[in-house]
Design a protein around this ligand. Structure first.
Ligand code: NAI
Length: 329
């Protein structure tokens, strides 16, 4: 199939080209993000491949459909960036990679917790300047903490399993509890989860229900000095409120791999530009905040799975008109 690959970076090109041999797709790599401004680049391609920060809104989906696109496949698990109703209306198949490596995101989540918890990022900077002072680098031990995992699907479950070795108390919250999780964690109701968690890590998808789940109304219910980790989707947090609660100490630590308005910033080198997003700039001034640019997925293992599954999604659709990894409203 002829496939236009938007937002393609060097690592995408490498892995997609490497695993395309058995599929024989004709791949066109495009660096720009898909958006109403760039959609013309995808016109005429039966297959369009996107990533998390592409804007596949109703206008874009309709435009692609009008010009012959039959399938849009995202190289991610989340698909909130695609207007599913419009795709359905135009008979465009939407596919994703349901689980390329829950381990990748889980291990990264633990890396964020351990980095802020033991201040290894600060230690690294100090020793590189020949500063071997350790005052101010006191950390905490996970065995003393209660960690609340919000969303116990593929990634949340792996986070719980991985954390179980640290001896911390594990609480879980999910609309649909998962039997397997109960060997390591205790499911509790929302208020108990909020009240008792020292660390809260978010692993649910972004939906109208979960958007800004941590906001002005819910934040006061959390423990004073709570450590919040978000490797799911930026808009789970109301950034403005988070900044307010960082300033008054309610949030003691924040580690985020995702940011509400990341689409204009993440995956780009803007180091020689003046910061234009005041909230992001403010977040980066806090000593107790760690920001990474949506890279929890980025391992060799995950890239291989993403490439093979995505190329397979196109191949299956071309052959059968169906796709086992299809998503709909
Ligand atoms: P999953 O679908 O296996 O699990 C999601 C869980 O959230 C389910 O158990 C579901 O019942 C629960 N959930 C949904 N709505 C809820 C609500 N309102 N309240 C409580 N629980 C709710 O998804 P998976 O694979 O574990 O991924 C989770 C999220 O991680 C994805 O949606 C995606 O946004 C994010 N992600 C981030 C990556 C990164 O590189 N930072 C990479 C891959 C995924």
């Amino acid at each position: 199939m002829k496939i236009a690959i938007f937002s393609s970076k060097s690592y995408d090109r490498q892995s997609l080209e490497r695993y395309n041999m058995p599929f024989g797709h004709e791949l066109t790599f495009l660096e720009p993000r898909l958006s109403p401004e760039t959609v013309a680049l995808g016109r005429g391609f039966p297959g369009v491949c996107i990533f998390v920060n592409d804007n596949c809104n109703a206008e874009v989906v309709a435009d692609l459909a009008k010009h012959g696109t039959k399938i849009i496949a995202t190289r991610s698990a989340g698909y909130n960036q695609i207007h599913l109703a419009t795709a359905k209306q135009h008979g465009v198949m939407v596919a994703r990679v349901p689980a390329y490596s829950p381990n990748a995101v889980s291990e990264f989540t633990l890396a964020l917790i351990l980095t802020l918890g033991r201040k290894t990022h600060k230690a690294y900077n100090r020793t590189r300047e020949f500063n071997f002072e350790i005052a101010g680098l006191e950390g905490f031990e996970l065995r003393d903490k209660t960690v609340g995992v919000f969303g116990t699907g593929k990634i949340g479950q792996m986070v719980i399993k991985n954390l179980s070795g640290f001896g911390c108390r594990l609480l879980a919250y999910d609309k649909y509890p998962n039997e397997a999780v109960k060997q390591w964690a205790t499911y509790v109701d929302g208020p108990t989860f909020a009240r008792e968690s020292d660390i809260i890590t978010l692993h649910c998808p972004l939906t109208p229900e979960t958007q800004h789940i941590l906001n002005q109304e819910t934040m006061p219910y959390l423990k004073d000095g709570v450590f919040i980790v978000n490797t799911s989707r930026g808009a789970l947090l109301d950034t403005n409120t988070v900044i307010k609660f960082l300033k008054n100490g309610k949030i003691g630590m924040l580690a985020i791999d995702v940011y509400e308005e990341e689409a204009d910033y993440f995956y780009r080198d803007l180091s020689d530009k003046v910061p234009t997003n005041d909230e992001l700039a403010r977040l980066l001034t806090f000593p107790n905040v760690l920001v990474t640019s949506h890279m929890a997925f980025l391992t060799d293992h995950a890239l291989r799975n993403i490439a093979e599954t995505t190329l397979g999604n196109f191949a299956e659709f071309e052959k059968t008109g169906q796709c086992a990894n299809a998503v709909s409203e």
